[in-house]
Design a protein around this ligand. Structure first.
Ligand SMILES: Nc1nc2c(ncn2[C@@H]2O[C@H](COP(=O)(O)OP(=O)(O)O)[C@@H](O)[C@H]2O)c(=O)[nH]1
Ligand SMILES: [Mg+2]
Length: 195
């Protein structure tokens, strides 16, 4: 389901994991690689849905091999367009900022960032909003565009920022074409969900 204002949020029943990032950072590609689906990002790309919170059930199998919903993946609208009108930025702060600040079922937020430009002002703006009760994971994607020394430096930089925040924050490198970091990301997210 998709939601345009905080009053329309679904009842907070299951743990939620949100994906956020600057427009073009690689968020849709990361979600697709993680979930092995094309449909999620497709749904989020439907015109008019770009400024909505999009909710997807994450299902798995229980010990009786029945399908059960383990949590909810929330695809948040992109941010960071310098040209976005002030009014649209204020609307984003209200909707996305309000959601990540106040949602009690939000177990963690994945912040998707281009590994060449991690932790820009717009990313820090989002981090400021996120509740101190939620985990944070810095996903440094497009790492295939960096050499080994640059990768090491980017990861160290993001890990340093995570350490300033505390143990609830973590960081990793990721690449969709090289299929690197998918298992590591899946492990982090599984750790945010109850058994
Ligand atoms: N080289 C490289 N390009 C990527 C990667 N992930 C995404 N891209 C490209 O970055 C652009 C934006 O990706 P998209 O997932 O649509 O970004 P979104 O706006 O954050 O959802 C597209 O051209 C993708 O093909 C990656 O890991 N490596
Ligand atoms: Mg997208």
């Amino acid at each position: 389901m998709s939601v345009a204002d905080l009053a329309a949020l679904p009842a907070p029943a299951r743990p939620e994991i949100a994906f956020a990032g600057r427009s073009n950072a690689g968020k849709s590609s990361a979600i697709n690689a993680l979930t092995d689906q094309k449909r999620l990002a497709f749904a989020s790309k439907t015109p008019g849905r770009t400024q909505l919170l999009n909710f997807f059930e994450l299902s798995g199998r229980n010990e009786k091999r029945e399908t059960v919903v383990r949590g909810i993946l929330v695809d948040l609208p992109g941010y960071g367009y310098a040209k976005a009108p002030q009014e649209q930025r204020a609307q984003w702060d209200l909707l996305v900022g309000g959601y990540v600040a106040l949602r009690h079922t939000l177990v963690g937020v994945v912040i998707v960032m281009d590994a060449r430009r991690p932790l820009l002002a717009a990313d820090e703006n989002l981090i400021d909003f996120v509740s101190r009760e939620s985990a944070l994971h810095f996903l440094l994607t497009k790492s295939d565009q960096l050499n080994n020394a640059e990768k090491k430096a980017a990861l160290a930089f993001a890990q340093q920022r995570a350490a300033q925040i505390g143990p609830r924050a973590t960081a990793q490198l990721f690449s969709v074409p090289k299929r690197q970091g998918i298992d590591e990301l899946a492990c982090i997210l599984a750790g945010w969900l109850p058994e």
